[in-house]
Design a protein around this ligand. Structure first.
Ligand code: NAI
Ligand code: CS2
Length: 477
């Protein structure tokens, strides 16, 4: 029986750069998923290694289950990042996660941890759907979980946890908090501040919460590293490389990037020492990344999934799909961008496709395809709107949207294999398609009518509807 990664069985060849037992918790992370462990936690450990600081240990919070806690707790919070790129994989044990809470089990403990005077920063990776935002913007106050938190129960939603934590900070006289969303959202910092303000208003604007919100900062950040869900084969590979089992190992490409708005309410980790970029304007970086990388990722996921490709790498090896992805970037996206100084968009586009082609990653089309109802507005519909406003036809962006429509409506690939609809609005999408008829025009009408995805403006656009109908016809004939 192979021993489990822990302090007692630390592989001599792979010690963590930092010993989490020497850290105090200065950061709370909500959403202890794969990406956090392969991105922010890596920057945080590297910053601690370079500076010797011990005050930025991470207090991780799992939001949905005890799975990650059960993986990490027996390992003293230690886990490895298995980097898969050209050549042999490399592995690094990370020691920046100091302890783990599980919100469903102990929501009050999460509130108390956020309220801790020693905590100065909260980071989040809770997926686009985790914010429970309304399609028209702001917090979805009809969301049953939000409404339940507003009754004063120990909070189960992320916004509810943050609000209760801030209110508790006010009671304790704790200093101002900096809350950094690391999710793929447009203007994720101001977006989250708006949700918090809506929640506070709905809660009757309690003085303590209002006061803490006044001094809190919500810097925007652009995050980038392709981190597929870990598989059993990844765990076996990690065990081979480490000589011990690591149930919490995460897999990632070599590339990583973090651009953060330099707007902190108080002290922050020296993330810049670890390679993060602090800037006063994240927007150009974020728009280039969401509209070039994430949009082509979604296009390849839907078109590739429909063609029966299991992985993004297989999809981008299909010459026609690679060409369409390239055209999406050059024809539709680039004209809408104001690139950040020094970013060559042509070279960036080429690097994106090269990263997608990494055969070692095995990033599943199904994983990228999930949550399309909340991803499309962020990645593709801004480009559609900007091109329509410029009296240009967003032909390739419309193709990506049409592929999503067929993926949702058909539910199977070219070989008849099922394509699961893993989406927070799955019921709403299915209801829209119920009895809509299978003609391309009917399918387009039905899904365009889902206002929480397309809003009223795109439903009324004859140009967009025409493009979608043409693409759906081609994709289903
Ligand atoms: P994951 O599935 O490993 O983790 C998702 C985390 O979000 C889990 O902790 C889960 O508990 C939480 N969560 C899910 N639904 C929630 C809800 N309704 N309310 C509250 N929490 C919820 O996914 P992963 O790979 O960590 O990605 C998470 C997010 O990180 C993505 O949605 C994206 O916004 C961002 N990201 C991911 C990248 C990747 O390649 N995986 C790269 C760049 C950004
Ligand atoms: C992907 C992203 O799953 C998805 O939707 O497009 O998680 C992507 O891997 C990251 O944004 C890359 O930084």
């Amino acid at each position: 029986m192979t021993a489990r990664l822990s302090f007692a069985s630390l592989p001599a060849a792979h010690p963590p750069a930092v010993d989490p037992r020497e850290l105090t918790v200065g950061i709370v992370h909500l959403g202890l998923g794969a990406f956090h462990r392969a991105h922010q936690a890596v920057f945080t450990e590297e910053a601690a290694r370079l500076t010797g600081s011990t005050g930025w240990g991470i207090g991780g919070v799992s939001q949905r289950s005890t799975a990650v806690r059960d993986q990490l707790a027996p390992q003293n919070g230690l886990y490895a990042v298995l980097t898969r790129g050209p050549g042999d994989p490399s592995i690094r044990v990370i020691g920046s996660i100091r302890d783990i809470l599980t919100a469903p089990e102990d929501p009050q403990a999460v509130v108390d941890r956020i309220a801790g005077p020693e905590v100065a920063v909260v980071t989040l990776t809770v997926t686009e759907k985790g914010y429970r935002a309304a399609a028209a913007g702001g917090l979805d106050l009809t969301d049953p979980e939000i409404r339940a938190d507003l009754t004063g129960r120990p909070p189960r939603t992320v916004v509810g946890q943050l609000a209760a934590g801030l209110a508790r900070r006010a009671e304790l006289g704790a200093g101002p908090l900096t809350i950094v969303s690391c999710d793929n959202l447009v203007a994720n910092g101001p977006f989250l501040r708006r949700l918090m303000e809506d929640y506070a208003t709905a809660a009757g604007a309690p003085a303590g919460l209002a006061k803490q919100l006044e001094v809190a900062r919500f810097p925007a950040s652009m995050v980038d590293r392709i981190v597929p869900a870990t598989t059993a084969a990844d765990r076996d590979e990690a065990a081979r490389l480490l000589g011990v089992r690591d149930e919490a190992v995460v897999v990632a490409e070599p590339f990583l990037q973090w651009v953060i708005e330099d707007d902190f309410a108080g002290p922050r980790p020296d993330w810049d020492r670890a390679g993060a970029v602090l800037t006063d304007d994240v927007a150009p970086w974020e728009q280039a990344k969401l509209r070039m990388l994430n949009a082509t990722h979604s296009m390849l996921a839907y078109l590739g999934g429909l063609r029966g490709y299991e992985t993004i790498a297989q999809a981008v090896r299909d010459e026609e799909l690679a060409r369409l992805a390239q055209q999406l970037m050059t024809s539709d996206v680039v004209p809408t961008l104001t690139p950040p100084d020094g970013l060559d968009l042509t070279a960036y586009g080429a690097s994106v496709l090269e990263r997608f082609a990494n055969p070692a990653l095995k990033h599943r089309t199904a994983q990228v395809a999930m949550d399309g109802s909340v991803k499309l507005p962020v990645r593709l519909l801004g480009t559609v709107r900007d091109r329509l406003a410029a009296n240009a036809e967003p032909r390739l962006a419309s193709l990506a949207v049409a592929a999503w429509m067929v993926y949702v409506a058909r539910g199977q690939d070219v070989n008849g294999r099922p394509l699961s609809l893993d989406d927070p609005q799955a019921d709403k999408l299915r209801a829209a398609l119920q009895g809509s008829g299978q003609e391309p025009r009917q399918l387009v009408e039905a899904l365009l009518g889902v206002e929480s995805v397309f809003g009223p403006d795109l439903r009324e656009s004859e140009t967009f509807r025409g493009l979608l109908t043409g693409h759906v016809t081609a994709l289903t004939s």
